[in-house]
Design a protein around this ligand. Structure first.
Ligand SMILES: Nc1ncnc2c1ncn2[C@@H]1O[C@H](COP(=O)(O)OP(=O)(O)OP(=O)(O)O)[C@@H](O)[C@H]1O
Ligand SMILES: [Mg+2]
Length: 387
């Protein structure tokens, strides 16, 4: 049985941890070996599940395991690989070797350590389900864009071949006239590159991974969700559901009447605009959904007759189409702001920029010699004609 990965993200405070924990508790309760992993440095998973948990995976119930990832802990368990890589890299730049604490503060290190754990668990086939309770949207997007960005840099700076993922030790002049790092550094970089490519493969596979967005029925939260959805589509991540959490019930009394009305309108808008992604409604509960029993009950209310293990949408966000002699890149971008979108070909790569995000597309071979000629939006999709 292959591992099923579910990642929950959304704006701060909307209920990510609660919904992720409820989903995980449901899976564990029906016999699937489940790990819930918090990648949010402001961990609150322990409060949700009502158990003490830490950086090392801990059994918190029948078939149920939890871990609050710590960067320092990750360095010691992936130490050899990363230390070798970074120490070599720093030394090659004429810097002193760095300590674990210093490494932990490097940009991108959080992301790398979380992803390496994920890779390790999936490779070992240890769990049937891995649920990721991730940080609020911006951080989660950084995590999800990391493997590609990192691979891109590595490919630019080292003569690495994507096909074989093997770094050919450069014979030419070293960069910046500094001595070349030795072979062990190249080997550990190869491993890092391969692992990041693998983890990207796992997270992009709609048969394996589901990304679920949590939002509340209020304007700010919905706007953020639409933006997050757009960026996730751009990076080809398989979003299969949106969970609208903390909806007020009728019995919340007259004081909340205006709120209920506005929530109704927003829910309708979500249902109309997210197309084929499944929308779940989750009501405000009378008590905080904490502790395993309440979480399972909360989960049942969210998913109703649906099985959270299922894949609710498996279409791919990006398609490469060749028809009638035309080559088209088709990207699902229902909420993209056309004014904010920039696309161009740079050195044979298709680059799309949107707000602060930039995606460099690895085009399939038949497209790689082509440049974007024109682009238009049709039915919530961006169609880029390449020639
Ligand atoms: N449907 C609900 N009904 C009642 N309380 C809820 C519901 N969903 C979440 N809560 C409560 O709302 C608070 C915030 O939830 P939670 O911690 O799950 O959000 P979060 O999105 O993970 O927050 P953060 O961005 O801080 O990680 C918690 O006290 C939680 O118990
Ligand atoms: Mg949380």
């Amino acid at each position: 049985m292959t591992t099923r990965i579910m990642l929950f993200t959304g704006k701060g405070g909307v209920g990510k941890t609660s919904v992720a924990a409820a989903t995980a508790a449901m899976m564990a309760s029906r016999g699937l070996k489940t790990l819930i992993m918090s990648t949010d440095p402001a961990h609150s998973l322990a409060d949700a599940v009502g158990a003490r948990i830490g950086p090392v995976t801990k059994k918190i119930g029948e078939n149920f395991y939890a871990q609050e990832v710590s960067v320092l802990e990750a360095i010691s368990s992936h130490w050899d690989e990363l230390k070798g890589y970074l120490t070599g890299l720093f030394q090659s730049q004429g810097l002193d070797p760095v300590s674990a604490e210093e490494i932990a503060t490097l940009p991108g290190f959080d992301e790398a350590s979380h992803l390496l754990y994920l890779n390790e668990y999936v490779e070992a086939g240890e769990y049937d389900v891995i649920v990721l309770d991730s940080a609020p949207t911006g951080e989660a997007l950084k995590l999800l864009s990391f493997p590609e960005a990192m691979s891109w840099y590595m490919e630019k700076f080292f003569p690495i071949s994507r096909k074989t993922a093997k770094i050919i030790r450069p014979m030419a002049k070293p960069f910046f006239n500094l001595p070349l790092p030795d072979d062990s550094v190249f080997r550990s970089m190869e491993t890092l590159y391969n692992n990041l490519s693998k983890v990207r493969g796992l997270l992009l596979d709609p048969e394996m991974t589901s990304i679920r967005l949590i939002c509340n029925p209020d304007r700010m939260s919905v706007n953020e969700t639409k933006r997050a959805y757009t960026y996730l589509m751009l990076y080809e991540y398989p979003v299969d559901g949106v969970i609208v959490n903390k909806i007020y019930r009728e019995n919340t009394g007259p004081f909340f009447e205006k709120w209920r009305k506005s929530q109704d309108e927003i829910i309708k808008e979500i249902e109309d605009s997210f197309g084929d992604v499944k929308i779940f409604k989750s009501y405000l509960t009378e008590e905080e959904p904490t502790g395993l029993e309440r979480l399972i009950d909360f989960g049942r209310r969210i998913y109703g007759d649906d099985d959270p293990y299922d894949i609710f949408y498996s279409g791919r966000p990006v398609e490469y189409i060749r028809e009638n002699g035309e080559s088209i890149v088709k990207i699902k971008l229902p909420f993209a702001d056309k004014e904010n979108l920039n696309l161009f070909n740079k050195g044979g790569e298709l680059v799309i920029e949107m707000d602060n995000w930039r995606r460099v597309f690895y085009l399939p071979q038949t497209f790689s010699d082509k440049s974007p000629e024109s682009a238009e939006f049709i039915n919530q999709h961006l169609l880029i004609k390449m020639s």
